[in-house]
Design a protein around this ligand. Structure first.
Ligand code: SAH
Length: 682
């Protein structure tokens, strides 16, 4: 059987439906899954085990048989914990077939075949009765169905159904309770992921300010959660305006309601400022006493000794619909609204009691300004990066002439506006943008949007003019890996016949850079686990390995490295260059070489990123900003994802002497597909 998978083609910028082997989807899912990360999450595993033991004991003490329902068993881990703790029988439910198959194997290998029944169904399809999947209702409910937002993976409807049909009244639940915490902050950095700040342009005829449409000012944005490794956010990047408060809790041992609802708390600001963002995280109590607690609290809330790195659960950033000035000591109300799968927040001033009571219901956020649909959060951050904008302005000023005819190829870019203010005679832009933005800046008739793909551009679109300056950031929303933005080069090639013979292309070139790193933690997501709390989970390791090797050549994966500390083991090295002044060549671009290891450490993988050379002396770097100390700690561009290629085996060197002196590499840019393949030897 074949399946079709949607993927952006980096040579056309368009989505294509590719026929793939039926196993493709599942290998992708397994290879990129968070199972390994969960199995490495010692804190989570230990606490689940403690909670499960305590629950089994409580049931046994009542003289009852312990019948466990484990919804979303994955590897079967929690069921095996329950069986080891003395449970009489476990029903292990798993909807994802490859995982259910793996669970069967793992359960057998660990000798629990008689105690655990793996059922490959969604929990809402499970039947109870003499001929059913389960003989009887369970009296212990064990699950791990949570995402960073707690409810985003459908925990609430699953619990609601389980209490109605699959477990006994008064059952034990592990976890017993979840609690969501919030803290109100002011943060220019985080706010810059959600609103476009005015852009100042020093033009010859005075300062121009690019503003966002008024609709954007109070647009509630998109409902998708912004989940980040908040522990990587330095305290200097935000100001705390309130204490940490409990927003709401869910008791999983009682019937759960998943229907939309809202919760409200009163906050007394500890500081005056602009309330912009609600930071949020949760904890789970594994038992009713609250003694076994697993928390996602960030560094400034919990002691560092309790710290466990994890990527499957992070912290949430919620943007208020608009910034709200608050005064120290002057009470405000924070409302959390939720539907079955997501949460959103609103802040209200404490006026009359009645007025506030009436105003609790808040609509689910829908972007009204279009900007939040066009720009994702890192993209907002990028556009608000005044340093970056400066580089583009400086380089534009170098190349623009009063008779310049400029064509811009980049998604949702401000470059055409900059080019216009900096004096281009005529500016055209290809690809999409939103008109409201031009209206707000009175530019509707100044910048012409051409609704055609580059290969379909005609002279009439350009009113028979030739392009003297072709510009791009380049940035395209369909890009996953850094080099996918080389689509600019393909587009440039497609419009060649419309360019003047001495056209200026900005950026004039790009380069691919590479460095060998040791990750502080990110290695866990791709590292085999072996045994987990005494259970043999190697079957899972093998499965992940298989999926990673499914394609002949392993692929690099995108990660925003500002969230994932690493240290450099080699110097950064330029490995390929792409000359945008020429068209894309017919042949592939490849390079081979070696890179010296300069520091001791574990070579987990290579990081790759792009640099764009706007002019001969002005560049924009999307990767390594600097190596900040002699230990090799790296600082990364905070608005871009870099490509990470994990080595299949890790080389560890205790001393510089036993270091392999170099890592050899072969990197190939296939100009036909726009993809980069790579191979490393340690
Ligand atoms: N319990 C394992 C795995 C947790 S990951 C552990 O703690 O290590 C959650 C798993 O639940 C995923 O494999 C997902 O496919 C499955 N799942 C989520 N909702 C489910 C449902 N309602 N019914 C059955 N499986 C579900």
């Amino acid at each position: 059987m074949k399946t079709f998978c949607g993927r952006a083609n980096p040579t056309t910028g368009a989505m294509e439906w590719l026929e793939e082997d039926e196993n493709y989807d599942y290998h992708q899912e397994i290879a990129r899954s968070r199972y390994a990360d969960m199995l490495h999450d010692k804190d989570r595993n230990v606490k689940y085990y403690q909670g499960i033991r305590a629950a089994v004991n409580r049931v046994k003490e009542r003289g009852e048989k312990a019948i466990v329902l484990d919804i979303g068993t994955g590897t079967g881990l929690l069921s095996m914990m329950a069986a080891s703790a003395g449970a009489d029988f476990c029903y292990a439910i798993e909807v994802f077939k490859p995982m259910a198959n793996a669970a069967v194997k793992i359960v057998e290998k660990n000798g629990f075949r008689d105690k655990i029944k793996v059922i490959n169904k969604h929990s809402t399809e499970v039947t109870v009765g003499p001929d059913g999947d389960m003989q009887c209702r369970a009296n212990i409910l064990v699950t791990e169905l949570f995402d960073t937002e707690l409810i985003g993976e459908g925990a609430l409807p699953t619990y609601e159904h389980a209490h109605k049909y699959l477990v006994q009244e008064g059952c034990e639940a592990v976890p017993h309770r979840a609690t969501v915490y919030v803290q109100l902050v002011e943060s220019k950095r985080m706010w810059s992921w959600n609103k476009l700040f005015p852009v100042h342009v020093e033009a010859e005829d005075g300062e121009k300010i690019i503003v966002s449409p008024s609709e954007m000012e109070d647009c509630p944005g998109v409902p998708s959660v912004c989940d980040i490794q908040l522990n990587q956010m330095p305290s200097s990047d935000f100001t705390v305006l309130s204490d940490v408060v409990t927003m709401f809790s869910v008791d999983f041992s009682k019937p759960v309601r998943s229907a939309s609802t809202s919760y409200r708390v009163q906050l007394e600001p500890v500081k005056s400022g602009k309330a912009q963002v609600v930071l949020s995280w949760w904890d789970i109590d594994m038992d009713p006493s609250g003694m076994i607690n697993c928390t996602m609290a960030p560094y400034w809330v919990k002691s560092t000794s309790a710290f466990q790195w994890r990527d499957h659960w992070m912290q949430c950033v919620y943007f208020l619909p608009n910034e709200e000035p608050v005064l120290q000591g002057e009470k405000v109300y924070l409302t959390a609204c939720r539907d079955e799968y997501s949460l959103w927040y609103k802040l209200q001033k404490a006026r009359g009691e009645e007025e506030n009571k009436a105003a609790v219901h808040v609509e689910s956020p829908v972007c009204r300004c279009q900007a939040h649909l066009l720009w994702n959060r890192p993209r907002f951050g990028q556009l608000n990066d005044q340093n970056r904008t400066c580089q583009y302005m400086k380089s534009l000023m170098k190349v623009l002439r009063t008779d310049s005819v400029c064509l811009c190829i980049s998604d949702g870019s401000l470059l055409p506006v900059l080019a216009h203010y900096l004096g281009a005679k005529q500016v055209y832009m290809l690809l999409f943008f939103f008109l409201k933005f031009f209206k707000a800046n009175n530019l509707e008739d100044k910048i012409k949007i051409i609704e055609a793909r580059p290969e379909l551009l005609t002279s009439s679109h350009l009113e028979d003019k030739k392009i003297s300056i072709l510009v791009g950031e380049p940035f395209f929303t369909t890009s996953l890996l850094p080099w996918h933005n080389l689509y600019f080069w393909y587009a440039r090639t497609a419009v060649t016949s419309h360019l003047t013979s001495n056209v200026t292309v900005l950026p004039q070139s790009a380069s691919l850079h590479m460095m060998i790193v040791e990750f502080q933690d990110l290695w866990r997501i791709r590292s085999p686990c072996g045994t987990c709390e005494g259970f043999d989970v190697q079957t899972m390791d093998d499965m992940i390995k298989d999926s990673l090797n499914f394609r002949e050549s392993k692929e690099a994966e995108p990660h925003p490295l500002w969230e994932y500390p690493c240290k450099s083991l080699s110097d950064p090295q330029e490995v390929l260059t792409f000359d945008f002044r020429k068209t894309v060549p017919e042949y592939s671009l490849s390079t081979e070489g070696s890179v010296n290891l300069l520091r001791k450490g574990k070579s987990h993988g290579a990081v790759l990123w792009m640099e764009y050379h706007l002019t001969a002396d002005i560049s924009v770097n999307t990767g390594l900003m600097q190596i900040s100390n002699e230990k090799g700690n790296c600082e990364w561009n905070p608005h871009c994802k870099q490509a990470v290629y994990f080595f299949s085996s890790v080389i560890e060197s205790e001393t510089l002497l036993d270091l392999p002196s170099a890592v050899t590499y072969a990197i190939n840019f296939n100009t036909k597909t726009g993809e980069i393949a790579m191979d490393f030897k340690l």
